[in-house]
Design a protein around this ligand. Sequence first.
Ligand code: NAP
Ligand code: COA
Length: 266
Amino acid sequence: MKPFDYTGKTVFVAGGTSGINLGIAHAFALAGAQLVVMSRRQDKVDAAVTALKAHGGVALGFSADVRDPAATEAALKAAHARFGPIDILVSGAAGNFPAPALGLSPNAFKTVIDIDLMGTFHVLRTAVAYLRQPGACIINISAPQSYIPMAFQMHACAAKAGVDMITRVAAMEWGKSGIRVNSVAPGPIADTEGMARLSPTPELSRLVADSVPLGRFGTKQEVADACLWLASPMASYVTGVVLPVDGGCSLGGAVGLARAVSADAK
Ligand code: NAP
Ligand code: COA
């Protein structure tokens, strides 16, 4: 028996054509859902749809930029026309690069805000009319940058903190319509564009893994598993939360000190 059965459900993943978000799309497809993925590049959209269909699933793709509300709405409207009300909306489009605050031009800062924060606003605001009400579940993909200040990440920290506030406010406003809204905040996830950018060398990757209480990077499957649970009836009374899937990074404590003390105590 599958632990989660999404047969007949429609899942729309904004930014769903690579990395963590495509992993989430695959997990829902394997659990029986019909998938719609959207991102800027048509070649990535086509490849993602082909990969999603490889399991025998039903998948559609649209090329659109979350910075463009009209294009975003057109994709949602087309998804609704094809499949009916959307049951699960994942908003995960993001852009990031490491840069010191003083190395960020106004346009560099604005670009990340426009994709992550404004993009999330556009996706959610335009999606509501196409969601199943009651019953829909929205998952925004956040990051530890939302609650842990990180050097060289002023733009991403500001953007993801805003995303989590969108989650909380939307949960308050749309709860009575039967829409749950939550964030999932992955920690460092292996084999992703995000970590290729933020920890590009084996030495840096080791340092990052050492800073995680569980002592390792996470996997795309582990993030997807959290989403499968959050969107399921098992989480029917959960809304407005930011769920870290980060091996304990959100604790923000002195991991090295804890390891040294426990080694000493042995
Ligand atoms: P990724 O593979 O680069 O995924 C980003 C996705 O968003 C791609 O499908 C990309 O496709 C799409 N996208 C980017 N800009 C867009 C735009 N303006 N409009 C529409 N789609 C857009 O990166 P990832 O590392 O897997 O990250 C996925 C999510 O997880 C992000 O929200 C990220 O902040 C979050 N996250 C990642 C990590 C990590 O360890 N990697 C940790 C914490 C949080 P196109 O290029 O075709 O547009
Ligand atoms: N350091 C400092 N500034 C940077 C930068 C870097 N590494 N990379 C881009 N910028 C600046 C650019 O110089 C530009 O500013 P300017 O006009 O003042 O010169 C601004 O950011 C916008 O860059 P541009 O390349 O025009 O943006 P875009 O909309 O084509 O692409 C990005 C958006 C920059 C976020 C691009 O990296 C992207 O598309 N990323 C998606 C994938 C991704 O980031 N995945 C990881 C998700 S966690």
